[in-house]
Design a protein around this ligand. Structure first.
Ligand code: G4P
Ligand code: MG
Length: 177
């Protein structure tokens, strides 16, 4: 069981501000975000506060196949931009997700989006985990992360059933750091 870390909405808002500053400093003007649901939805909405561009969405599901000792994990589309809206043709898009973990989901989404008639495809993740990656990001795509973290299991506030208990865990973690 990996160690865990808790982040509050406020922590995340600060990391998003940092992420937005990096995107803006890159000099590429993005026309829209494509959020990868569900984890990318709230980060994309927070990013919009800084970037002021519309949010489109795709959703995938990642199935762990334990019976196969993890060799046949599968990823599938729950919802996709199919067909790609006409107004996105040739436009620069920023693909937004909450975490760069194994990169399996990211690689799948980026390779699918590369088949479309888009301009620059940038990648913006809230948390970039430092670990060996299973997926490979297509070469040459601008990449931005809000916060680099160790390979810990991240507890996000939007998954909390009891947000006060979640915030207390986050505070305890900071106090012991
Ligand atoms: P990646 O390409 O972005 O690196 O993601 P990867 O396929 O490795 O992730 C598989 C699923 O595991 C994703 O959920 C991702 O959000 C989730 N995940 C990975 N690391 C963590 C973590 O530390 N904490 C939490 N809470 N989730 C993590 P998904 O299938 O996209 O579902 P959803 O939760 O985004 O809807
Ligand atoms: Mg996700």
């Amino acid at each position: 069981m990996p160690e865990k870390i808790w982040y509050t909405y406020d922590d995340i808002h600060r990391a998003i501000r940092n992420l937005a500053a990096k995107v803006q400093a890159s000099g590429t003007a993005y026309d829209a975000m494509i959020a990868i649901g569900g984890g990318g939805f709230i980060p994309a909405r927070m990013l919009r506060c800084y970037l002021n561009i519309p949010i489109y969405a795709v959703t995938t599901a990642y199935y762990l196949n334990d019976a196969d000792y993890g060799t046949r994990n599968e990823i599938s589309k729950i919802q996709w931009l199919d067909p790609l809206p006409q107004c996105l043709k040739g436009k620069n898009v920023l693909v937004v997700d909450e975490v760069d973990d194994s990169r399996v989901t990211l690689e799948f989404c980026l390779r699918e989006l590369q088949k479309e008639d888009l301009g620059v495809i940038g990648v913006a993740v809230l948390h970039e985990k430092i670990k060996a990656k299973k997926g490979v990001l297509p070469e040459g795509l601008p990449y931005f992360s809000g916060l680099v973290t160790e390979d810990l299991w991240i507890n996000y506030p939007w998954d909390a059933e009891d947000i006060d208990a979640h915030n207390a865990q986050a505070a305890a973690g900071k106090a012991s750091a």
